[in-house]
Design a protein around this ligand. Structure first.
Ligand code: GDP
Ligand code: MG
Length: 146
């Protein structure tokens, strides 16, 4: 998997960094993401950037370095913090990812509804970074666009 980059966005604790390591098959521990983090072909962003509109410009600027945008939705969350159609504002290909599908509190129908508000027209993948369900499917889908 080379050439283009993938950028992750989503709220604090939604599983961006854990998913990043999974996709990269990196087993080192996940630390709190304090700044934009470039790891091989993935750009991981701090959850604060998705939660505070003051950072949106920075996310937009960084997205120019990437070809695919992964919008991360935690399956256990009941609220959407990103604005409607937010993904459409980026000049790259957006894909939706629902994380933590292994979690006992996961509500896939709810998560799907929340994520569709942000990216109404794009593919949505369901993954667990714990059981690794859906990870290889997501990797294959990303690969098509890189
Ligand atoms: N059950 C479960 N927990 C997860 C999964 N992915 C991440 N987590 C947990 O969610 C928390 C936040 O993960 P992290 O990757 O740091 O989120 P980030 O802030 O979006 O980078 C951590 O405690 C992870 O262990 C998953 O697929 N399943
Ligand atoms: Mg992180």
């Amino acid at each position: 998997m080379k050439k283009g980059k993938v950028m992750m966005i989503g709220p604090i604790g939604s599983g961006k960094s854990t998913l990043t390591k999974c996709l990269l098959e990196d087993s080192s521990p996940v630390l709190k993401t304090q700044a934009l983090s470039y790891m091989d072909w993935i750009i991981d962003t701090p959850g604060e950037y998705s939660e505070n509109p003051l950072f949106y410009r920075s996310l937009m600027a960084t997205s120019l370095e990437a070809r695919v945008l992964l919008v991360i939705q935690d399956a256990t969350r009941l609220h959407q913090i990103l604005p409607p159609n937010f993904a459409q504002g980026f000049p790259i290909i957006p894909l939706g990812v629902i994380t933590k599908i292994d979690h006992p509190d996961a509500n896939l129908a709810k998560a799907e509804k929340l994520l569709i508000q942000v990216l109404p027209q794009n593919e949505i993948f369901h993954v667990s970074s714990v059981t690794l369900k859906g990870i290889s499917e997501l990797r294959t889908a990303i690969q098509k666009y890189l």
